[in-house]
Design a protein around this ligand. Sequence first.
Ligand code: EPZ
Length: 429
Amino acid sequence: MDRIAIVGGAQLKGEIPISGAKNSAIKLMAASILTDEPLRLTNMPRLADTKFLGRLLEQFGIAVTESNGPDGQETLFHAREISSTFAPYDLVRQMRASFNVLGPLLARTGHAKVSLPGGCTIGARPVDLHIEALAKLGAQMEMSEGYVSALAPNGLQGTEIEFPFVSVGATEHTLLAAVMAHGTTVLKNAAREPEIGDLARCLVSMGAKIEGIDTDTLVIEGVTSLHGTTWSVIPDRIEMGSYAVAAAMAGGEVRITKARPELIQALTDKMIEAGVDIEPTADGVIVRRDPTQRLKAVNVTTEVYPGFATDLQAQFMALMTLAEGESVIHENIFENRFMHAPELGRLGAEIHVHAGEARVVGVEHLKGAPVMATDLRASISLVIAGLAAEGETTVGRVYHLDRGFERMEEKLSACGARVRRIKGDGDGR
Ligand code: EPZ
């Protein structure tokens, strides 16, 4: 298994272009199930997760064709016919979000059998809200032997659904089913994450009727069929935020481009409060920091959008390990999302975790060591810490990182970071 080796101490100087968002791309890919015409996605990131979902879609009979067009990387999805509506455990367990093919399969064909995804390292992550919402849309749901079988022989029926709490996945999943239901569906307490807005706008461009996009109430008037379209995947706000933190951690000056700075304002506000110089530009930000000046510790609490994203919590924690003072980080979205804390501790960070709260006591130096990635965003936090640690840090279990960061070593190395991939066997430690 590969590892990433980072020799810390180099300031970053240069430009980092941001790729299309993983968490948008995989939702847009699922939308291809809904039409027998081609869906062309541009600004497509090439990631382990998009490859993985592509393979699952192929299993349903969908043709998936990658190419490099005038607008860069693109993929064409053509679900002329759906030949199978079965998603086996072995495929779903590798990527939880693939559970969300259930709704669109049901909307298109009236039946589907999809494995339950199971938990993961950041929390139990049940899918009860998804199942309840599809049942409210009139699907007959049956759970047995780890699978959900759903039937809607006469189509789904629009209704009002109020989510008891905000869920990105349940909102997206219900939207993907409701666009082709009979009548009107109202989704209340819906997630407002930008990737949901991207999905909704793409669906509108395919002929769906959706009002209230980017608000917490979506009104969907079902249509009988959708058509193909070309859609550009929104820039990845989590990748952007991660590189902004990386630049602040290593020091120097980095221009982040092809991005949407307004989507990470909760992060940049906190970075400015900590003492990082952030200048917004038309398509990103310039991040500057003099590494001889210590940052100030600031507190953060993760929240649903537009609050501070849970997917940026690990990266911000890495930044706070070297700040002056004590930073308190509250994790409100997932119950077990501090697995990176003991790994950062191996680099010399002082972090005390108690339930959903981490207290980070800033230290003056980190020192390189072998560490292990535990999930996708934790992996990049360890790389970020490695950029400022003295000596060499090696990050194992890099497959987590490959799920969501496109050409990470290349992008950081282009700015002068000493980051390389070591090919290898074993558990990567
Ligand atoms: C999405 O996960 C993202 N994944 C996550 O990014 C992100 O951390 C999360 O939203 C929050 O922003 C994708 O978009 C593919 P939720 P999702 O449903 O949809 C609980 C990454 O690193 N819940 O909003 O699974 C759940 O357990 C990933 O790219 C239920 O209890 O998140 C969690 O505590 C990690 N029942 C909370 O709600 C349900 O039916 C929010 O989860 C659904 C969710």
